[in-house]
Ligand binder design. Structure first.
Ligand code: BGC
Length: 451
């Protein structure tokens, strides 16, 4: 059985994390340009000013993608590079850059998957209240229309938002990402609603402007996995996964997915949050709920749950002492790639693509000039086997994007964490394919049969 014949194998990046050229060719500032320069916000004061210098080195980077055998490349557009003020004037040099990148990809038979928004929000619009301002829906629609009109003749796969859970949760709730705010629910809930509305509006715009477009969405949320295969534990895990908690609701998967895919907010969320939703929210659900060609998810790890005799009916199990972890200290739980897609497909019944998965490891260039990263290969092998099982057990699984193509700016962790298939020496910008990149090539060539 294995993966479908037309399965898509790729790798992913995001604009602020790799492009650099933060002040070049008319680009406007994003909230990350500002935040990364605020003292104490990012590990060792690292900024994305230069990052992987992909803005200048993209032809070589596309060559490396080709060498790895990637069939698809997921990258995001920098909104302020295209519209320096976030709305109004357009920066032709920004459009030129992405046109060149897209052409280079197509020349190399690599299918571009474009994420419209991966966190580098225009600083100028932040001053206007960002997503809390109802006009944000229109701002995003105009930006989407510009991208659709400019790139839609060649790009057919678009993703609206990357992980609203994180840019709202970490950026405006916990405050460890840009812009570093800690806002109350009376701000956060309207923001979430406007983002969902912007998503629906963008899907509509893409459909009307891009012939044969395929549109997706890439939220996240750590899967809840059953501790055993008993029906009780399965139900407990399912319930834990899709119940919106009162605290930490911004990170939940159902709040951000049910409206887009099912046309309603989850009851468990409305119970606590309905009072903060903007007037007329019920009407907006029609706009929010647009047919999607694929449902993307970024999954890195999950937690085990069992049935419990408490009000909620579920309980999270602690991780055993010495549980395996990645360099960034995230637990290694391959089953997340079984249960995540399985439960998500069961609920949303929409073709599924893993839009991100991977790990950070302590990668170094060895004396032999190579980067030996057996941990990454082992991690991917385990996770991909679980993913394949999910496909064989009936989830409609269409593709996999490794996070990340190359080491890059890991947000508040700066350059401390290395998630790439390609090692980047930030002093010299020298790229080195890691052992795992060659191994991933064999996975792609065999459509997952070598796993
Ligand atoms: C984000 C990426 C990030 C990765 C690893 C996801 O949350 O979409 O931008 O680098 O996970 O943390």
């Amino acid at each position: 059985m294995g993966f479908r014949k037309d399965f898509i194998w790729g790798a992913a990046t995001a604009s602020y994390q790799i492009e650099g050229a933060a002040y070049e060719d008319g680009k406007g500032l994003s909230i990350w340009d500002r935040f990364s320069h605020e003292p104490g916000k990012v590990f060792d004061g690292h900024t994305g000013d230069v990052a992987c210098d992909h803005y200048h080195r993209y032809p070589d980077d596309v060559k490396l993608m080709k060498e790895i055998g990637l069939q698809a490349y997921r990258f995001s557009l920098s909104w302020p590079r295209l519209m320096p003020e976030g709305k109004g004037a357009v920066n032709q040099k920004g459009l030129d850059f992405y046109n060149r990148l897209i052409d280079e990809l197509l020349k190399n038979d690599i299918r571009p998957f474009v994420t419209l928004f991966h966190w580098d929000f225009p600083a100028a619009l932040q001053s206007l209240g960002a997503w809390e301002n109802p006009d944000s829906v229109k701002w995003f629609e105009d930006y989407t229309a510009l991208c659709a009109r400019t790139f839609g003749d060649r790009v057919k796969d678009f993703i609206t938002f990357n992980e609203p859970q994180c840019f709202i949760g970490l950026g405006y709730d916990v405050g460890v990402h840009a812009p570093g705010y800690q806002l109350p629910n009376s701000s956060l809930v309207p923001m979430s609603h406007h983002i969902l509305k912007a998503h629906g509006t963008a899907v509509r715009a893409l459909r009307s402007l891009v012939p044969e477009v395929r549109v997706g969405y890439a939220p996240c949320g750590d899967p809840c996995m059953p501790a055993t295969n008993s029906p009780e534990d399965m139900e407990a895990a399912r319930k834990a996964y899709f119940t919106v908690p009162e605290k930490g609701w911004t990170f939940n998967v159902a709040w951000w997915s049910d409206p887009a895919l099912l046309g309603c907010y989850p009851e468990s969320g409305l119970k606590h949050l309905e009072k903060y939703l903007p007037h007329g929210w019920q009407e907006d659900l029609k706009t929010i709920h647009q047919p999607l060609d694929f449902y993307g998810q970024n999954i890195y790890n999950g937690r085990y749950y069992k049935a419990a005799d408490n009000e909620q009916g579920f309980e999270m199990l602690p991780l055993p002492v010495g549980f395996p972890k990645t360099a960034i200290q995230w637990p290694i739980t391959p089953d997340a790639l079984y249960w995540g897609p399985t439960f998500l497909y069961e609920r949303y019944k929409t073709p599924f693509i893993m839009t991100e998965n991977g790990l950070s490891a302590h990668d170094v260039v060895s004396l032999d000039g190579k980067v030996h990263d057996p941990n990454r290969q082992d991690f991917l092998n385990r996770y991909l086997l679980a993913y394949k099982r999910a496909a064989e057990d009936g989830a409609d699984i269409r593709g996999y994007f490794h996070w990340s193509l190359m080491d890059n700016y890991e947000w508040a962790h700066g350059y401390k964490e290395r998630f790439g298939l390609i090692h980047v020496d930030y002093e010299t910008q020298q790229r080195t394919l890691k052992d795992s990149a060659y191994w991933y090539r064999s996975v792609i060539e065999s459509n997952g049969e070598v796993l």
